[in-house]
Design a protein around this ligand. Structure first.
Ligand code: 5GP
Ligand code: ZN
Length: 139
C-alpha cells in the first residue's frame, strides 16, 4: 500500500466505494464521476503508478478482470459495446497515479466516439516505416 494514494485507500476499505468485483489481485469499483452509466475502474491491488511499471502476471489478471467486467456490464446494464482503456501518465490525462483500466459501457445514440477522439495531432504519415523500425529496435 502506498501512502497518500486514494486508490490504495479505496482498495484497503479506508475510503468507501461501490465495489463491483474483487479477487486476490484485483479490485473494481464504480467511477464516482462516470462518463456513462456503469463506468467502472479496474485496478491491481498492488500499487503501480504506471502501466509500464507492471509485471506480466498483474497485467494478465488486470486485463482478464477487465474482460469479465466488460461482459457483465454489457449484460447487466444493457450496453452494446464499451471503451476499455488506461490514461497512462499525466500528459495522457491520468489524475490518480495508481494504474486502473476504465471500462466505459457504450450504447447506441450516446453521442460518444472512438478512442481517436481522445487525441488527434495529425502526425506525418509518410514515415511509418521509420517509426516502426525505431520501435522494433526499442523492443
Ligand atoms: P484517471 O484520470 O486517473 O484515468 O481517472 C481517475 C478516475 O477516478 C476519474 O474518472 C474519476 O472520476 C475517478 N475518481 C476520482 N476520485 C474518486 C473517488 O474518490 N472514488 C471513485 N469511485 N472514483 C474516483
Ligand atoms: Zn495506490
Amino acid at each position: 500500500m502506498m501512502e497518500n494514494c486514494l486508490f490504495c485507500k479505496i482498495i484497503a476499505g479506508e475510503i468507501s466505494s461501490e465495489k463491483v468485483y474483487e479477487d486476490d489481485t484485483i479490485f473494481a469499483f464504480l467511477d464516482i464521476n462516470p462518463a456513462s452509466k456503469g463506468h467502472t475502474l479496474v485496478a491491481p491491488k498492488k500499487h503501480f503508478s504506471r502501466f509500464t511499471d507492471m509485471d506480466a502476471e498483474n497485467v494478465a489478471s488486470l486485463f482478464e478482470a477487465a474482460r469479465k467486467i466488460t461482459a457483465a456490464l454489457e449484460n447487466a446494464l444493457l450496453a452494446e459495446g464499451s471503451n476499455i482503456g488506461i490514461n497512462d501518465g499525466e500528459v495522457a490525462g491520468q489524475e490518480i497515479p495508481h494504474v486502473h483500466v476504465h471500462v466505459i459501457p457504450r450504447r447506441k445514440g450516446d453521442g460518444g466516439r472512438g478512442i481517436k477522439s481522445i487525441v488527434w495531432t495529425e502526425p506525418d504519415t509518410n514515415n511509418l516505416k521509420e517509426i516502426a523500425e525505431k520501435l522494433r529496435r526499442a523492443l
